[in-house]
Design a protein around this ligand. Structure first.
Ligand code: DLL
Length: 441
């Protein structure tokens, strides 16, 4: 018999032990960054005596890292280990040209596999499971991140990547995979096609490990309904600058909370405008320090993602005996916010309204029309198959949007199946219109 796979830690250390470990690791990280000889870090930590950083409480004394630092240091200016120590790079696609590059040593890759194995285990994945991994393989971290996590846990990974929906469904059926990892939008495409082909009942998939895109509770309901049969959609969070997927994971007995693997990724919440620590439990920008990464650690990295730390004391879910820091599912990014006629609008608020209406399917796009002096909001959404009067339904939804966000939106309902599906990469839902070319055609 081959040796069983080593168990993964889904619980974390009790608070006091965790805290002293974090203190120790933070101090070691600062000492290493200050002395590694990398000019970026030497300059960034100028004037900071590593010995003075002895506890997590000292974090506010330390400088932030931001995405622009990675861009300025493109490609590998922030690497702290010699090239012979690194074995992998990944990149996140830049909206403004150059991607940001991240590098890994073998220990970083082992750590990454470990946290993804934890994420999968928290979701209920077992070594005997087949993991159908529909995240893109390549420079994007989703595919290989979940892949090695699955292997570390002992599952059998199907490295199918995104796209080729027909083949994906055939493999799901023939292999009987129970766990599906993919973006929420692609998970929906698979469910929709499985129904269209009449093969849903022949698939054994029960759990979705969904992330890399924002998705609301309303969307969760839709994903679960689309699959039916008790399918559970769980949220996985991560970002390439920190490591990729596997920074935090939702468990089925504690929906709505992401467990941050805080023995490696130290979370803080700050005011996105001032950078000051947010009061306990308040919403703000998630900031992460990588405590153990070797090749490209980040110090107080401003993720841009908005969330809050959830309480852990006196909270019934703590009977689950896990000790990870829990954060709320992300409510959007600070830079997602649209300003329309002076009103701040988050795309998720529109998704909430759409997913609440039975006439609307799961495909939609938002256009901010900036041609005139005042921006106008346009929403195009697919109707569900039973919706007969598209115009009346659109009028009702337009009212509901106005009630929710206090500005009028021109809502158009189009027949089911008439909008494009995203089978590879992250779905794009928000478009700007600056001239007469319609971004949705
Ligand atoms: O999207 C890593 C990943 C892959 C996470 C697979 C989960 C699953 P990036 O391409 O660097 O990395 O994009 C990171 O995507 O800062 C968030 O804004 C967003 N994001 C990631 N996961 C979630 C999520 C990967 N669960 C950026 N909910 C992050 C909402 C998410 N947004």
């Amino acid at each position: 018999m081959p040796a069983p796979f080593a168990p993964v830690d889904t619980t974390g250390l009790p608070a006091a032990d965790k805290r002293s470990k974090q203190d120790e690791l933070l101090n070691a990280l600062i000492s290493r960054l200050a002395t590694c000889g990398n000019p970026f870090w030497t300059e960034r930590l100028d004037g900071i005596d590593p010995a003075s950083i002895s506890s997590v409480d000292d974090l506010p004394l330390l400088p932030f890292t931001v995405k622009q630092d990675l861009r300025d240091q493109y490609p590998l200016g922030m690497i702290t280990t010699p090239m012979e120590a690194t074995t992998r790079i990944h990149a996140s696609s830049g909206t403004s040209g150059k991607p940001t590059i991240v590098a890994y040593t073998p220990n970083d890759l082992a750590l990454w596999a470990e946290v993804n194995a934890r994420a999968l285990a928290l979701a209920g994945t077992r070594p005997e499971d087949i993991l159908h991994n529909g995240y893109g393989y390549g420079l994007f971290t989703g595919g290989l991140g979940l892949h090695y996590g699955g292997e570390r846990l002992g599952c059998t990974v199907v490295p199918v990547s995104g796209g080729n929906t027909a083949l994906q469904l055939q493999l799901l059926e023939d292999l009987g995979s129970r766990i599906l990892s993919a973006t929420p939008s692609f998970c929906l495409v698979l469910a929709e096609r499985a129904h269209a082909l009449g093969i849903r009942e022949r698939l054994s998939v029960e759990v979705g490990i969904l992330g890399a895109e924002p998705w609301t509770e309303g969307m969760r309901k839709r994903v679960q309904e689309a699959w039916g049969g008790g399918f559970v959609a769980l949220d996985i969070y991560g970002l390439s600058e920190v490591i990729g997927p596997g920074v935090a994971m939702e468990a089925p007995d504690d929906l709505g909370a992401l467990n941050v693997f805080d023995d490696h990724f130290l979370p803080e919440i700050v005011d996105p405008d001032t950078g000051e620590p947010a009061p306990d439990g308040e919403f703000g920008e998630l900031v992460i320090t990588t405590l153990t990464k070797e090749a490209m650690p980040v110090l107080r990295y401003r993720t841009g993602d908005i969330t809050r730390i959830l309480p852990c004391e006196g909270d019934t879910v703590r009977s689950n005996s896990r000790n990870w820091t829990r954060i709320a599912r992300l409510t959007g990014r600070a830079d997602d916010m649209l300003i329309i006629r002076g009103v701040n609008v988050y795309p998720r608020e529109i998704e909430d309204v759409l997913m609440d209406d039975a006439a609307v399917g799961t495909n939609y796009a938002i256009v901010v029309d900036r041609r005139g002096s005042m921006a106008e909001l346009r929403v195009r959404a697919e109707a569900t198959s039973g919706t007969s009067n598209l115009v009346d339904s659109a009028e009702r939804i337009s009212k509901a949007v106005a009630d929710r966000i206090r500005i009028r939106a021109d809502v158009e309902l189009v027949p089911e199946g008439s909008m494009p599906r995203t089978e590879v990469g992250k779905v794009k839902r928000v478009y700007e219109q600056l001239d007469d070319r319609d971004p949705l055609t």
